[in-house]
Design a protein around this ligand. Structure first.
Ligand SMILES: Cc1ncc(COP(=O)(O)O)c(C=O)c1O
Length: 406
């Protein structure tokens, strides 16, 4: 039996929702999308939610809403997916990378602060051209679904007058608290704007989709308008009985709106978000219990004061104790019928950023050291105990066969 890396947790409820939407005659952005936004905002505890067709679009709209300009700087982790930094380049602005925290692999607030301090002092910083504008925003990523240190980033944002935007593509639900004495905060309530992904393998899915949430009405309005060609408020209603045929273009916007078909799937998925979270948590616990004794692996940990969404189960291979490299490990798992993945080659080591901004691997030693060791094992809500055990056995067998002696 083969274990896939991921299978989306969709069932009859999603199928029925799509059929109902198709029968309704309203396919694109409309009442279902507005309902999905309201339910999503309520679920995370945010004031406003704007549905779009990807997390990349949400991140782009967030930076547009804060008014990012050409040549300005945005701090982002190097250990992230392409989207987090590419949206900064859309403005001809400059993503400034910072290193990962070795434990969580999220953006390290201490390193981010060191960079901000250097920039304020007018010192040169790796990857930052001599002529540049001010730092406008910081975008921590909740690596694998564990929230970055929101309290620390809020303080940095206040001290350096930055917009605090969270890339929560992996993260629904998840929680954070400052300390044991502090109340739990849901993802979506800790930053100025939080961006979620509903791509096929994410915690909830609409096939492709995303959401931006914020407490600020003006930013929510701007993101909504810019998600649909810059058309004035409620232009989507222009084909309805209650809407007006007249609209104005207030800015050259984008085509980022989410369809009602996708939103119908999203509503059904949201209703199961907690159950799917519970299922992923059980998989993570079972994997941790089965693999915890292997010195050749460092397992992902739930930090104190965090509730992990367990979107990813990213282990790190202790290569010094193995006679096999990560690529060989992946091939050996594949031969045992177990799919796996890697998150990610740090962006500063990707050709585009390396060549454009002069980065070398050692500029970010934590991410560079993690890169050859990272291996994400399957974790998904419909994963059976037999599948989890097959993964654990396959991993153990590869380790046992390739253990370095002496
Ligand atoms: C950290 C991170 N940010 C952003 C994205 C982009 O999400 P989307 O595919 O919805 O645009 C992804 C996608 O995998 C991601 O992993």
């Amino acid at each position: 039996m083969a274990v896939p890396f991921f299978t989306p947790g969709v069932g009859e409820a999603e199928i029925d929702a799509v059929v109902e939407c198709l029968r309704s005659g309203w396919l694109t952005t409309g009442p279902k999308t507005r309902e999905f936004e309201a339910l999503f905002a309520q679920y995370v505890g945010a004031q406003h939610a704007v549905a779009v067709n990807s997390c990349t679009a949400a991140l782009h709209l967030a930076l547009e809403a804060i008014g990012l300009q050409r040549g300005e700087l945005v701090l982002v982790p190097t250990l992230t997916f392409a989207a987090t930094a590419e949206v900064v380049r859309y403005f001809d602005a400059i993503p400034v990378f910072a290193d990962a925290d070795p434990k969580s692999l999220c953006l390290d607030p201490a390193h981010a602060e060191a960079i901000l301090r250097s920039l304020r002092a007018g010192e040169s910083v790796n990857g930052v051209p001599a002529a540049h504008g001010p730092v406008r925003a910081i975008i921590p990523v909740h690596y694998g679904g564990q929230m970055a240190d929101a309290g620390a980033f809020r303080r940095l944002a206040t001290e350096y007058s930055l917009a605090f935007i969270e890339d929560a593509a992996h993260t629904l639900p998840a929680q954070y608290r400052e300390s044991e004495a502090a109340p739990w905060q849901s993802v979506g309530t800790t930053a100025d704007i939080t961006c979620f992904s509903f791509y096929a393998n994410k915690c909830i899915t609409t096939g492709e989709g995303g959401m931006a949430v914020t407490a600020r009405e003006d930013w929510a309005d701007r993101m909504r308008i810019m998600s649909l060609h810059g058309m004035s408020r409620d232009a989507w209603k222009r084909f309805t009985a209650t809407g007006s045929w007249y609209y104005e273009i207030v800015a050259p916007g984008f085509k980022y709106n989410l369809t009602d078909i996708a939103s119908a799937i999203g509503i059904a998925q949201l209703a199961r978000a907690d159950a799917m979270w519970e299922a992923r948590r059980s998989v993570a616990e079972r994997l941790r219990a089965a693999l915890g004794d292997l010195e050749e692996l460092t397992l992902p940990e739930e930090l104190p004061n965090r509730k992990h969404s367990w979107h990813l189960f990213a282990v790190q291979l202790v290569l010094e104790k193995l006679t096999i490299d990560r690529s060989g490990f992946i091939d050996a798992l594949k031969s045992a019928g177990v799919a796996s993945s890697v998150h990610w080659l740090p962006l500063h080591m990707q050709p585009y950023y390396r060549e454009s901004f002069g980065y070398v691997p050692d500029h970010f030693p934590v991410a560079a050291a993690a890169w050859p060791r990272l291996l994400s094992l399957p974790i998904f809500p419909t994963m059976t105990e037999e599948q989890v055990d097959q993964v654990a056995t396959a991993v153990r067998n590869v380790v046992t066969r390739h253990r370095r002696r002496g």
